[in-house]
Design a protein around this ligand. Structure first.
Ligand code: ADP
Ligand code: MG
Length: 767
């Protein structure tokens, strides 16, 4: 029995899905697999687990599992459901990659899809669970797709063992043919239950023209108009990234400051404190830039004591401390500061809140609170608000129509981040957010003709990225013929073959005989068995190339270093983005000063001689080592251009990898040492070999002067896969060194093709 509070009960009864409880529960009782479709906000995520709980699906101590593609959703939804049911988080719990609050009493468990995949590796039958719910299946994340494929088989096996498992697939769109019309996946098409959306009409307004560049500015102008001219009701704005979200939030807060005593006033004060700090700092930096003095460095223990620490800087640091306590990652975009004619308007307070996935959970929770009396709520969000979270009280949606995505070249894996148009389905989802509580309006900042050219649906992620990590995981689950796996949508044959070739080269899969291989390729039946090395690699929660490095590092005491390097490469982007446009001269001075400081620190961390040849990976090792040695503070990050969030994540991943390595190699007796000594010269040599073995297929050779036919090849490198020249990224410590052979972590295309994460290697050249 569940003892909900009367208020909560009343609120639940308003949700359309409550009317379908009986239909859903009967379908679940009669079918092993059921699909539930319903608009975002209809109550799927919060209510269906409760229906199952009340129907007794966890009464014998089993667990009702719910997977989410996003960490945010797993956490917030577990809290929300616990609250609705008046149960503690010991019973309704969550588990994400590094953390969770699952206990012996847990009956409803929200988790990311990656967590459930790992559990399948430990117990293929998932015997702890009586029901598994795959939520947000319409998002078609890679792990969601794989889980659905695996669960389609697990359901059959569990039936044979007379321990039936129920599978629910929940989607916010009606487009579920990939699940229902796929005979290989589900021989009998599962029933689809449609939940009435009880959606109020949303009037869609298109722009006459589509702004070419400045959609952020266009959003700003639209919000101002809505706020000044239209009746009460919350505004939800869709932008593409965290930096844009913050820039727009600040611009709006400046334009519509809150009156006395509000919490927002504090925020604004913080902003102005920050402005003062920046100004002070820029003065200090400007002074410094005139005479850059080398910091005094004791390489033995990584400690860093800049000798020219002025008083002004110390003041600035104190402000920073305050800032670190209260505000989020703040990035500037060049488009603000130029609000001609935008005088602060105190008569119309606007309650502005950011929302994106990396935002701290307590800040995310703010969007669910009613805004202070006399203010209008305005949430500036990334894609997270599109489907997984429903914000109450939204009447106006402003949609820039764009989304930021990572694109991979299918053959070469060269990747780039691109901002592109969303699909029609996504745009409609966004519009739908406006009609949850009353009729609403959606302002699309693009023309209806442009909308007509959008793709109807976004392609499933599995068709868009390299799949070597998935293939290794699947092989570790003894799925030999990956081609026969019941993918809802299979990855391309090229991607499958590229993944197998890489895994064979890494020694994770057994290479077939040549004749056998030809046959396989012709039938595109890729079916090499996994090797013992491959099994070990699969236990490490990192990309196969990095797993190989870990597997090779047993000797010479290299493991702690490899773990650190691998953790840093996995988390990526340790350093702040400093190549951004500056809004003012002061800011430019700050950026310049910081760039100089970071470049200097990178050189220090890279060291000389052998260690410099380890290049950017030595920088990663030095940065993590120095930060931990200095106590792991946010101030250290700020001073050295490091991202605090990234550093914290590296710390957690180091812990997790250390545990994983100890599990396969207990004699190593590893622990995470915050005072790790730098590697010795001979260890650096081993590390370079280890790195070369892991990144062996990412080899590049400098173009010799006699080969220099065209100007575009100056200082360029040639790789086996690409016809075009690639370059060492200017942020690399090897940018000036230009070693003959290098390996790289990845190639990212911006203005040119740039190698990032570069190390020098020696290659025996046999002409
Ligand atoms: P769905 O999964 O169908 O999109 P949800 O179950 O997530 O729907 O949400 C149902 C309703 O519960 C939403 O309309 C929202 O208003 C409310 N809700 C969800 N999470 C919270 C929360 N953390 N605080 C307050 N209300 C919430
Ligand atoms: Mg949901």
């Amino acid at each position: 029995p569940v003892n909900r509070t009367p208020d909560m009960q009343e609120e639940r009864l308003k949700l359309p899905i409550l009317a379908e409880e009986q239909v859903i529960m009967e379908a679940v009782a009669e079918n092993p697999i059921v699909i539930v479709c319903g608009e975002t906000g209809s109550g799927k995520t919060t209510q269906v687990p409760q229906f199952l709980y009340e129907a007794g699906y966890s009464s014998d101590g089993s667990i009702i599992g719910v997977t989410e593609p996003r960490r945010v959703a797993a956490m917030t939804m577990s809290q929300r459901v616990a609250k609705e049911m008046n149960l503690s988080q010991r019973v309704v719990s969550y588990q994400i990659r590094y953390e969770g609050n699952v206990t012996e009493d847990t009956r409803i468990k929200f988790m990311t899809d990656g967590v459930l995949l790992k559990e399948i590796q430990k117990d293929f039958l998932l015997q702890k669970y009586k029901v598994v719910i795959i939520d947000e299946a319409h998002e078609r994340s890679v792990y969601t797709d794989i889980l659905i494929g695996l669960l389609s088989r697990i359901v059959i096996l569990r039936k044979k063992k007379h321990l039936p498992l129920k599978l629910l697939i929940m989607s916010a769109t009606l487009r579920v043919e990939d699940f229902t019309q796929n005979q290989r996946l589900f021989a009998t098409p599962p029933p689809v239950i449609k939940v009435d959306s009880r959606q109020f009409p949303v009037t869609v307004h298109f722009n006459k023209r589509t702004p070419l560049e400045d959609y952020s500015g266009e959003c700003f102008r639209k919000i101002c108009k809505i706020h000044r001219m239209l009746p009460a009701g919350g505004i939800l704005v869709f932008l593409t990234g965290q930096a844009e979200v913050h820039a727009l939030c600040r611009r709006l807060r400046r334009t519509f400051p809150r009156t006395r005593h509000g919490p927002q006033e504090e925020e604004d004060q913080k902003d102005s404190v920050e402005e003062t700090r920046k100004f002070k700092k820029s003065r200090a930096r400007a002074k410094k830039a005139q005479a850059v003095t080398l910091p005094q460095i004791n390489l033995d223990n990584y400690s860093v004591l800049p000798v020219d620490e002025g008083d002004e800087d110390r003041e600035a640091e104190m402000d920073e401390e305050e800032e670190a306590l209260g505000s989020d990652l703040d990035l500037d975009l060049g488009d603000e500061g130029a609000d001609e004619g935008e005088q602060p308007d105190t008569s119309l307070p606007l309650h502005v809140l950011p929302l994106y996935s990396l935002l701290a959970p307590e800040k995310q929770a703010q969007v669910f609170q009613p805004p202070p009396v006399g203010t209008r709520l305005c949430v500036v969000a990334t894609n997270v608000a599109e489907t997984s979270l429903t914000i109450p009280g939204i009447k106006y949606v402003v949609d820039c129509g764009k989304v930021k995505k990572r694109y991979y070249d299918r053959v070469t894996s060269v990747s780039s981040f691109r901002i592109s148009w969303v699909s029609q389905a996504s745009a409609d989802q966004r519009a739908g957010r406006a009609g949850r509580t009353e009729p609403g309006h959606c302002y699309r900042l693009y023309s209806s003709a442009v909308f007509g050219d959008f793709e109807p649906f976004p392609p499933p992620e599995i068709t868009r990225r390299p799949v070597e990590d998935l293939i290794l995981q699947m092989k570790a689950l003894n799925i030999e013929k990956v081609v026969n796996f019941p993918f809802p949508t299979p990855p391309s044959v090229e991607a499958l073959i590229a993944a197998e070739e890489l895994l064979i080269a890494l020694g994770a899969l057994q290479a077939p005989q040549k004749s056998e291989r030809m046959k396989q390729l012709q039938n595109s039946r890729v079916s090499c068995p996994i090797t013992p090395l491959g099994r070990t690699m699969a236990t490490f929660p990192v990309a196969p190339r990095f797993a190989k490095m870990l597997a090779l590092s047993r000797q010479h005491g290299c493991l702690p270093y490899t773990i650190t390097i691998v953790a840093a490469m996995t988390v990526r982007e340790l350093f702040e983005e400093l190549d951004r446009p500056a809004a003012s001269n002061e800011e430019l001075a700050i950026l310049k000063g910081k760039r100089a400081r970071v470049a200097q620190m990178k050189r220090t961390w890279a060291g000389h001689g052998a260690s410099l040849l380890l290049g950017d990976l030595m920088v990663l090792l030095g940065a993590v080592g120095a930060w931990e040695f200095a106590g792991g503070s946010p101030q250290f990050c700020e001073a050295n251009g490091l991202r605090y969030k990234a550093m914290m994540e590296i710390r957690r991943l180091r812990g997790q990898l250390t545990t994983a390595v100890n599990a396969v190699c207990p004699e190593a007796e590893l622990f995470v040492d915050p005072k790790m000594q730098p590697p010795s010269e001979s260890q650096v040599t081993y590390l370079r070999q280890i790195v070369a073995a892991g990144l062996g297929d990412h080899l590049a050779r400098r173009v010799q002067s006699e080969e220099l036919l065209e100007e575009k090849w100056r200082n360029a490198y040639k790789t086996p896969l690409l016809d075009d020249p690639v370059f060492i990224h200017p942020s690399s410590v090897l940018f000036w060194e230009l070693p003959e052979f290098v390996v790289y972590q990845e190639v990212v295309e911006t203005t040119k093709m740039y190698m990032k994460g570069v190390s020098a290697v020696e290659v025996q050249w046999i002409p």
